[in-house]
Structures are given as C-alpha cells and as structure tokens.
Write a protein that binds this ligand. Structure first.
Ligand SMILES: [Zn+2]
Length: 210
C-alpha cells in the first residue's frame, strides 16, 4: 500500500495527470478526455509507465511461479493474498479445537470476480482439514467470502469437539487432493503451552501438534 502510493505519487509528479488515470482506480481506462491537439507525448508517457508497471508485476509473479493477474500485497490484515497459498490457524476454546483457514478463492477453483462459493466446493469442505487423535468430532465448516482486503478470499471456520484434547497429535490439510490449486498451507497452532508452525504441502500435508 505504502509502496504503491509512493510510486503513484512519483509517477504523478513526473508524468502528470494522465498517469493518475492510468494507475488510479482500476476501473478507469487509461484514456484521457484531453483534446486531440497536443496529448501525443503525454499519452505515450502514460502508456509506457503503465506497461512498465504491468511488467514488474508479471516478473514478480513468474519468479514465485504463481498464476496472477493482479497485485497481491496484503493490505494490512497480515495475511497476503497469494494464489496457491492458504493460511490455517488452530487454537483451543476449552475442549473445542477451532481453526480458521484463509485462502484466495481461486485456490478452490472459483472465480474471484464472482465471489461465490459453489455447492460443489461446500460439499468438499468437511474433508478439508483432518485432526488425528483426541477423539474429536468435527462440526460442519462455515465458509464465507471476504473482499475486505480488496481481493477475494474464502474464510472457512472449523471446529472439533474433542473428548480427549491432550490426545490430539496432528492436523492434516487434506484439501490438496480435491483442490489442486493449493500449493501450500501455512499452519500455526497456538496454545498456552505450545506454539507450532509449519508449511504444509501435497507431499507433506501434516503438522505435529505435540
Ligand atoms: Zn486473487
């Protein structure tokens, strides 16, 4: 956010208002209402700046081997919107283990423009995250769409009622099979006594909670 604001300011300073219309509100086309007499130079400048900007994003994307068509800095919420990556946080409320998965909607094979979680995806959510040990019974997951970051993320609330909480030994992200766009899930587990974090992947989908 800071970066892009700075660069927009810099561009405005160096190239004039034409750039503002090119790099400002995303819905604004890079055309300008100026008369046809003299804007040739100005228009070229705007086009150049815009192209450079797009190239920079593309390079960043390719370097990370992700399939992106928009920028993906987190806007202060603490979780970056990066296609292929999800974040899973687990903690206890008494004998209930709770979890929240935050993921770009695209990881579920869904359109972020439409922002709708399909019935087919909803049907897969109960198998998304599995807990081993503890005699836990899962509650039905609750999923919602969050566009507050400027991107479209899915928030999936998870909960397990565990008869033997101390017996819980690991968590597994099982969604790599159903949703092949997931490349990794950053998992954290926080209790009063234990803090665990791990990067889950299709070849290593589990995190020990012991
Ligand atoms: Zn996205």
């Amino acid at each position: 956010m800071l970066l892009s604001r700075t660069s927009v300011l810099a561009l405005v300073a160096s190239a004039g208002l034409a750039v503002l219309s090119a790099c400002g509100a995303s819905d604004t086309p890079a055309q300008q209402p100026a008369p046809v007499e003299e804007p040739e130079v100005q228009a070229e400048t705007a086009e150049e700046e815009h192209t450079e900007d797009a190239d920079a994003h593309e390079g960043e994307t390719e370097a990370e081997d992700h399939d992106h068509d928009h920028d993906h800095e987190a806007s202060g919420a603490g979780v970056a919107h990066v296609h292929g990556v999800g974040d899973l946080a687990l903690s206890w409320e008494g004998s209930k283990l709770t979890g929240e998965l935050i993921s770009p909607l695209a990881n579920f094979g869904l359109s972020e423009a439409e922002g709708v979680i399909s019935d087919a995806v909803l049907a897969e959510l109960p198998g998304l995250v599995m807990i081993t040990g503890g005699n836990c019974v899962a509650e039905p997951p609750v999923a919602k769409v969050d566009k507050s970051s400027g991107h479209t993320d899915a928030h999936v609330d998870l909960a397990w009622n565990c008869a033997a909480p101390s017996g819980v030994s690991s968590v597994t992200f099982s969604g790599f099979t159903a949703f092949s766009s997931f490349e990794r899930v950053n998992a954290i587990y926080l209790t009063d006594a234990v803090q665990k974090a791990g990067e889950l992947s299709p070849s290593s989908p589990s995190l020990s909670l012991k």
